[in-house]
Ligand binder design. Sequence first.
Ligand code: ZN
Length: 348
Amino acid sequence: MIPVFDGHNDVALRLFLQDKGDPVEEFLNGTEQGHIDLPRARAGGLVGGLFALYVPSPERLDLAALSGETYDIPLPAPMDCEAAQTVVETELALIKSVAQRSDGAVSICTSTTDIRAARDRGSLAVVVHLEGADAIDADLAYLETLYDAGLRSLGPVWSRPTIFGHGVPLRFPGSPDTGPGLTDAGKRLIKACNRLGIMIDLSHLNEQGFWDVASLSDAPLVATHSNAHAISPVPRNLTDRQLDAIRESDGIVGLNFATAFLRPDGQMRADTDIGLLIRHLDYLIERLGDTRVAIGSDFDGALIPEAIGSAQKLPVLFDLLAQHGYDAALFEKIAFENWMRILLRAID
Ligand code: ZN
């Protein structure tokens, strides 16, 4: 079994949205819901990952449109900061409760030393990520509060705008070059994250925001869950110019399993060929080098190919990659060590 550290999941959102039963207990003992719980993580070799705190908009996104030949889903309105804080606190409490009630089987980690120690004792390593800084105020006081509570990774935006910047819409086909970059508050946020030791995630930012972070940040450039725009031309994927900048900064891209970001036709379909995961991985490795590519599944946040279906079937991907010629040394890098190299520089 190959130990996998994963750059993105939305377990916290799934637990938050569950309206019956005890979502924490079900996560620990196993459930039919979603893609990750503790038994399925163990069975599939998932040893840790970035667990996103994400605030859903009150208006529903028309995700059915993602099965159309072209689509352009309007971005939701910005969130109220205090309302977003309430959701973030609830999701963080759920994740902490998972760790507290796990009898050591799940650990909140704030350094690579913590992550390696958790892996060695068989405990699922949780690094807390904030997907969209909607809950953070312009004077950044709440950023410090979240840091003290364990936050070590942040995206300035999920796709809807924040006071810090602008994200990309769900659109096909489309470029990530969709408008203005970081605001002045966004530039202060980047500097504050560098100072505190919070990794900055570029995955949902538009292209100008990406270049603003590239010029301001003193950390390697990181896209936790994005794919190659040259194969699947959606705004959420990275253009060759962006990939080149990530390589030059010695950064990283986490391969996203979301079918809409894998397929050349941009469609969200469960019957997607998992050969497309290999096609993106090959492309990313060719462009970035094998120390700058990793996994960023989007488990519990996206429709993934049914041939994988959940964290339990991660070995299916590695079996396929082995048949394709990937060897043990490469698996160790893309499944675990590449994330450790980046996190060591960003948060330790
Ligand atoms: Zn995302």
